[in-house]
Design a protein around this ligand. Structure first.
Ligand code: FAD
Length: 598
């Protein structure tokens, strides 16, 4: 069985050429991470991912996390791996140096995060949730809260959780019922039940810091009456160490389709005297803070999808090289061949490879824009980059995770019957990928956010800028007068036209009848993802073409990049006009029948 190996050359290509680190490293506050240092980080992270996290991925899946009397025991090897993760400083990689972090740009830490997820998604969820909580504390925490929690959470000594979901409040958080009652000393007593809380209980650290959405007694109804609270598992003593147990208990953990080693907890807050918590940010503005944190987490879940896609591809590729079956079609020979020689298997492998590279390229460009939005000295540049990030986050989340399921499913298919058998590991990637389109907001919720908040609300300003940049790349391809580049340009041009048509339909119809464009919201998100991925693959093809003409090293990599971009154009981008048709014309069929006609 193969272990994960990082796609180092593709990651180097992104850092050196496509989303150049050089530009990010020129920003104030990002200067310290040179290309050499970034590549050294990638290599070291790759060793940790391949050598420590990947070997416990399948065993963690088989064993799962176990609940007993309110305690959760993580799978074998988890505690040691977590200790090594923390001791290696990996938890602090992207955090603010003001709280003990290493301040590595998002462009670099995103690639590292992809590796953790490729090697072991169940493990990677723990630091992912901790980072969400760190972000909220950095953003809205009082000095006391920051001082009490941040250094230990940044180092990884304590972990963090996000407590949004309740049995009747999932996508619709306005229905949150958990109560927080103010106390004379400024603290609150929290009462209520939260479900599906990732790493809500575990044995990896001696404290867990829960961020909990709850309502104060006189809060208005709906989303405008929700506040955010910090509720530690153990109350923190004056010396900064965990002391008395707080009134929060893990009632059970869930039995799931995938991510078995990630404990998904039902938490009871305040069954006795009330769990002690502290307000984070302003009262009744908890959802705003949570949304900032959720945006970061949504991007991270997109990276999960990319990691899982890469892992599924690597496993399928190994199998396709080893498994012999049948003779080569049109080959004339009688000898049996490895299945990689069969055109349909090659098509599936190329679909996995091309889509994964497009997802990674788009996520890297968005990560670089996050760095620009945070650090650029010019306010105009910051807000332009933020506009791009805001537009693209639902796409990175929704498109990457939906693609990951398809890609992992192709991985199973390439394994034939053995793909359906657990020992090969292909099935685990598909099972693990399945949750990624659901948590941190389902694909439907991402798509609704995309067409409503990110497109209709700003009158299409952000997407128009992106379309202009896409047209510019299409123009560069056309100007080259090269057959291979022309083959990429035509589907890209048609894809951009399709995206523009669908965008116009959304802008024209959203204000008057939001139901109609909402039917096509998910197809629109896929359309934008596919065309944006094609835009990045086209940029990659232009770079590869230049390198091949220059004769400057690594022709195998650059010619493969060019062929991969060509494949993407013919097999993926070519679907764009069909998706635009669905967006523009698809509402009638979906809305016509009465509920009882289904
Ligand atoms: C393994 C796992 C881990 C999780 N981890 C956490 C965690 O750490 N913290 C946490 O707080 N939560 C967590 N969750 C909860 C997760 O975020 C929710 O399950 C998710 O947001 C969906 O909510 P729901 O399950 O109530 O589904 P529902 O909201 O009931 O949705 C059901 C279906 O209806 C659709 N739908 C609902 N409303 C709309 C709408 N307005 N427009 C269009 N479609 C809509 C959805 O897209 C979906 O297809 C986790 C869940 C799981 C399974």
């Amino acid at each position: 069985m193969s272990e994960y190996a990082i796609p180092l050359r593709d990651m180097q290509f992104l850092l050196r050429e496509l989303a150049p680190l050089e530009q990010v490293a020129a920003l104030p506050g990002c200067e310290e991470v040179t290309l050499d240092l970034a590549e050294a980080i990638l290599e070291e992270a790759g060793k940790f991912a391949g050598g420590v996290l990947s070997p416990i991925n399948a065993s963690g899946d088989r064993e799962g996390a176990r609940w007993k009397d309110g305690e959760v025991v993580t799978a074998g090897g988890w505690k040691q791996a977590y200790r090594q993760f923390v001791d290696g400083g990996w938890n602090a990689l992207s955090c603010d140096p003001a709280h003990g972090g290493q301040g590595v740009p998002r462009l670099v830490s995103a690639l590292v995060e992809e590796m953790w997820n490729a090697a072991n998604t169940s493990f990677a969820l723990c630091p992912m949730l901790t980072h969400g909580a760190i972000e909220a504390l950095e953003l809205r925490g009082s000095e006391v809260l920051q001082h009490t929690y941040l250094p230990r959470m940044v180092s990884g000594e304590w972990t963090g959780t996000m407590n949004l979901t309740e049995p009747h409040a999932g996508s619709d958080l306005s229905a949150v019922r958990t109560r927080a009652v103010p106390q004379a000393d400024g603290s609150y007593r929290v009462h209520g039940q939260k479900i599906f809380i990732t790493y809500g209980e575990h044995d990896l650290t001696d404290n867990i810091v829960h961020l909990v959405l709850a309502r104060t007694p006189d809060a208005p109804e709906g989303v405008k009456g929700i506040s955010l609270f910090v509720v530690p598992k153990f109350l923190v003593e004056a010396d900064g160490k965990p002391g008395r147990r707080n009134d929060v208990r893990c009632v059970s953990i869930e039995h799931k389709l995938g991510i078995h080693a990630s404990p998904t907890a039902v938490l009871a807050f305040g069954d006795n005297e009330g769990a002690i918590g502290w307000l984070l940010g302003e009262e009744n503005r908890g959802l705003e803070t949570m949304f900032i944190m959720m945006n970061a987490a949504r991007f991270s879940v997109g990276l999960q999808g990319i990691g899982l896609a890469e892992r599924a591809y690597q496993r399928a590729l190994t199998y396709a090289r080893e498994r012999t079956q049948g003779v080569e079609i049109g080959g004339g020979g009688r000898g049996k061949v490895a299945i990689i020689r069969h055109p349909d298997v090659r098509r599936m492998l190329m679909l996995m490879k091309a889509r994964t590279e497009a997802l990674r390229a788009l996520a890297s460009v968005v990560a670089a824009a996050m760095d620009t939005a945070r650090c650029h000295p010019d306010g105009g540049q910051r807000s332009q980059s933020q506009g791009f990030v805001d537009l693209m986050i639902p796409v990175v989340k929704g498109w990457s995770t939906e693609s990951a399921i398809d890609i992992a499913s192709l991985g199973v298919q390439i394994h034939g019957g053995m793909g359906f058998i657990e020992e090969t590991g292909a099935a685990q990637h598909l099972r693990d990928a399945r949750i990624t389109t659901i948590y941190e907001g389902t694909t439907g919720i991402q798509a609704a956010d995309l067409i409503g908040r990110k497109i209709a609300r700003d009158g299409g300003a952000a997407i128009r800028e992106v379309i202009e940049q896409m047209r510019n790349v299409s123009g560069q391809l056309a100007a080259k007068d090269d057959e291979r580049l022309a083959a990429i340009q035509a589907p890209l041009r048609d894809g951009i036209d399709a995206l523009e048509r669908a965008t116009r339909f959304i802008l024209d119809s959203y204000g008057s009848d939001a139901k109609k464009p909402s039917v096509g919201a998910v197809p629109f998100m896929e359309l934008l993802g596919i065309v944006a991925g094609g835009w990045q693959m086209a940029r990659a093809a232009l770079i590869a073409d230049r390198r091949l003409r220059d004769g400057g090293g690594d022709p195998a990599f650059y010619s493969a990049k060019l062929e991969t971009a060509r494949f993407y154009a013919d097999h993926v981008l070519a679907r764009a006009p069909g998706l635009a048709h669905t967006v523009v014309h698809g509402a009638a069929g979906a809305l016509a029948m009465a509920d009882d006609q289904f």
